[in-house]
Design a protein around this ligand. Structure first.
Ligand code: HSE
Length: 297
């Protein structure tokens, strides 16, 4: 038997929630076909789109698949085909999509013995291969959908948060690669208490704003005083992009995950499209190729 799945792109951090907040993009993602076969073991049989390793232990989908496979030890094996649409190093959860897709499909083919949190545990092993760190802020929204908060990594505890109904995301993906490990290396080990106070107030009020569909509170909460000042120099024209996007009435404009993608959140599709135009105009003469997307959350 086989299963074909869509494994969505995700936006991690969501401005103030470094390594804890994330949301899922409904319209951008990878496609995977996973086949249950008699031959034991995990094999990656085909990869379309990007040049990635086929050896399971060197591939994020493969490492995640091996992790769930070793725990469940089924009397069969799995062949995985990946139609990779999300460019690696794009900042919209490319490795997270591969890792979560593999574990989701294997669990489904085995009659769903594991719950979502257990799937994220196995997907995290694959994600760690790419980012050299254990974090679940892309995996949680890929598995749960919508907004999620990683309450804790150990023990793994994920909260699924509500999404206000008119919320749209706009993404610009400059065609440069930033490795998550490199983007984490520019971050300070210690932060001032005064910045921490601002940031945790914003995370708390953002969660409240999602529950109460309070768009004004969303707008004032979606700020990042800790990570963005260090990472923005990795992203060409970030300041111009942000100021042009905010002029459209978008609620925020911030780095998606570890970059280089930048996202905006808007109330309504019209503003999301204006934000998209502002992104396109800012990058038009930059000499850097880019793609933009609008997606309902
Ligand atoms: N929270 C992670 C980071 C997401 O910003 O480094 C990227 O995978």
């Amino acid at each position: 038997s086989e299963i074909k799945i869509f494994s969505p792109a995700t936006v991690a951090n969501v401005a103030c929630g470094f390594d804890v907040l994330g949301f899922c993009l409904d319209t951008i993602g990878d496609y995977m076909t996973v086949r249950k076969v008699d031959d034991k073991g995990i094999r990656i049989t085909n990869i379309k789109g990007f040049d990635l390793p086929f050896a399971p232990e060197k591939n994020v989908a493969g490492v995640a698949a091996l992790s769930i496979y070793r725990q469940l030890a089924p009397n069969c094996g799995f062949d995985i085909e990946i139609d990779k649409r999300i460019k690696p190093g794009s900042g919209i959860g490319s490795s997270g999509a591969s890792a979560s897709g593999a574990v989701y499909a294997i669990n489904k083919l085995l009659g769903e013995p594991l719950d979502k949190t257990q799937l994220i545990h196995h997907a995290m092993q694959g994600e760690a291969l790419a980012s050299k760190s254990l974090h679940a802020d892309n995996l949680a929204p890929a598995i749960y959908g919508g907004f999620t908060l990683v309450k804790s990594i150990n023990p793994l505890q994920i909260l699924s948060l509500p999404t206000p109904k008119d919320l749209f995301a706009t993404i610009i993906h400059p065609q440069i690669e930033i490795k998550t490990a490199d983007s984490r290396a520019v971050l300070p080990k210690n932060i001032p208490l005064s910045d921490a106070i601002i940031q945790w107030a914003n995370v708390g009020s953002l969660v409240h704003a999602l529950h109460s569909s309070d768009y004004n509170l969303l707008q004032s909460s979606l700020n990042d005083v800790i990570i963005e000042p260090h990472r923005k120099q990795l992203i060409p024209h970030f300041d111009a992009l942000k100021s042009n996007v905010l002029k459209t009435g978008a609620l925020t404009c911030a780095i998606s995950g570890s970059g280089p993608s930048v996202f905006a959140l808007s109330k309504g599709e019209n503003t999301a499209k204006l934000a998209q135009e502002a992104m396109q105009t800012t990058y038009a003469n930059s000499g850097i190729d880019f793609e933009t997307y609008v997606s309902k959350i």
